[in-house]
Ligand binder design. Structure first.
Ligand code: URP
Ligand code: ZN
Ligand code: ZN
Length: 466
């Protein structure tokens, strides 16, 4: 199929300009004015911006608990990402109980996601069961196109928790093979001390989630992780950085030459912790995520840090946890599964509260939403750019739309939208995944199972670029 997108304003991480885009099959074949050829489909993008399809570096469409029971809404609901302009998700693949990472990844691709996942999919290994075998798997993971691995410094004493011994050994090995490590940085002991103290006093409502996860529990773990990364020259991405105190540690480490980048998430940019003060559990449980939501001042700091390259990218940390699962913690905040949905909201939040609010430029938006996540995961420029030879993953964005975030218009795969009731400016009108229209007039028109595995290359974190 030959498609032409004409009259739009193209925005990439380098700048913006007016040009038409020709698509031949799945790839961008030409960019320019008065392009030659005949086209079966012509899309008029006058008055619209044409952005590269988003790369969501951080999603958990389907997670497992330690008994192997699946939770989160599952890959059936991954159409929500493309509705929000994200055409590639980088999902976390944890150890299935008793299985190696490689076997778990193969099972995820061949069984769990197959026939369901809508956007293209790359994977991070998520080590939730460390052994010497984990270290041996690192070169093989890199070879099979999974050049990134996440570890949790929180959630002690579950098997997900990684102590310094495990983290440092993994970072040493990762550094040898060009694997980029990702960390969930919270000091597990600090959290356990505080959570137990609150619980002993009977303080068990959702708001105690944020009170027992203060910024220092995050910044201390960030300091430790970046110290290790610098010492062993291991590329490191600190995910879901939520507050000024933690971001400041990364800013200083970067200035000092540490191979470290910070990712933040839309919810830390626009939502604050008082959402959890609502006495109605049905409301307050929705924002129980880790690290916890913070203060307005932290939001301001993070926007500014994005502008100054101290924070390099925005991932959604999409964790579509259905309400019945949130209710497991009705009487004790410690039992509420952590996480909030947001893969479909990432672009709309960044546009409304970033671009339309004058906080970031459109160019910057593309950098933090598509180009940098693609580089980090080793899938650039196949993904994350508008260039000849890149996959024809494109968002035709209508800046004139005015609406309100709601689960009806901005579905998440679960019963609620974390931004419900907030104003929205602009929206993806048409989205193409490898040349095929999957969103038209802001409605999903794609097919379950259209997503393909995108293998990543190692050494993605060329940190002079990030
Ligand atoms: O609360 C969160 N962030 N849940 C998702 C899993 C993770 O830690 O990234
Ligand atoms: Zn995490
Ligand atoms: Zn996450």
């Amino acid at each position: 199929m030959q498609t032409l997108i004409k009259n739009g304003t193209i925005v990439t991480a380098l700048g913006e300009y007016q040009a038409d885009i020709a698509i031949d099959g799945e790839k961008i074949s030409m960019i320019g004015r008065n392009l030659p050829g005949s086209y079966e489909k012509v899309i008029d993008a006058a008055g619209r911006y044409v952005l590269p399809g988003g790369v969501d570096n951080h999603s958990h469409f389907e997670a497992l608990n330690s008994d192997g029971v699946t939770f989160n809404a599952g890959y059936d609901t991954s159409y929500v990402a493309v509705l929000g302009g994200t055409t590639t998700v980088v999902d976390f693949a944890s150890n299935d109980p008793g299985k190696s990472l490689i076997d778990s990844i193969n099972y995820r691709l061949e069984v769990r996601a197959k026939g369901k996942v809508v956007p293209d999919i790359a994977l991070h290994a998520l080590c939730t069961d460390f052994s010497e075998e984990t270290l041996e798997e690192i070169p093989k993971l890199v070879e099979m196109g999974v050049p990134t691995m996440k570890m949790f410094m929180a959630y002690k004493p579950t098997p997900m928790y990684m102590d310094d011994f495990k983290l440092l050994k993994t970072m040493q090995k990762a550094a040898e093979h060009g694997m980029t490590m990702f960390v969930h940085a919270e000091n597990a002991d600090v959290l356990n001390v505080l959570r137990d103290q609150y619980a002993e006093k009977g303080l068990l409502a959702p708001k105690y989630h944020y009170m027992t996860r203060p910024p220092y529990s995050e910044s201390e773990a960030v300091s430790r992780a970046v110290t290790f990364a610098k010492a062993v020259r291991c590329p490191l991405c600190v995910v879901h950085v939520s507050c000024a105190e933690a971001a400041e540690v990364i800013k200083n480490a970067r200035a000092d030459g540490a191979p470290v980048v910070a990712e933040t998430c839309p919810h830390y940019l626009v939502l604050d912790k008082h959402k959890m003060d609502d006495p109605d559990f049905d409301q307050s449980c929705r924002w129980v995520c880790s690290p916890a939501l913070r203060d307005k001042a932290d939001q301001d700091y993070l926007w500014d840090a994005l502008k100054r390259d101290a924070v390099s990218l925005v991932g959604s940390d999409h964790a579509p946890i259905p309400m019945y699962q949130k209710y497991w913690g009705k009487d004790d905040f410690r039992a509420i599964p952590n996480g909030s949905p947001g893969s479909g909201d990432r672009l709309n939040v960044l546009w409304t509260y970033g671009v339309a609010a004058g906080r970031i430029t459109r160019r910057k938006l593309v950098e933090i939403f598509a180009a940098t996540p693609a580089r980090l995961c080793g899938i650039y420029p196949q993904k994350g750019d508008i260039a000849v030879g890149s996959d024809a993953d494109l968002v035709i964005f209508d800046p004139g739309y005015e609406g309100t975030f709601s689960v009806e218009t901005n579905p998440t795969g679960v019963e609620y939208n974390a931004y419900e009731g907030m104003a929205q400016r602009g929206r993806p009108e048409t989205v193409l995944l490898r040349g095929t229209v999957v969103v038209e007039a802001a409605k999903f028109v794609g097919t379950p199972g259209s997503g393909r595995f995108v293998p990543g290359k190692p050494y993605g974190m060329a940190y002079d670029l990030l």
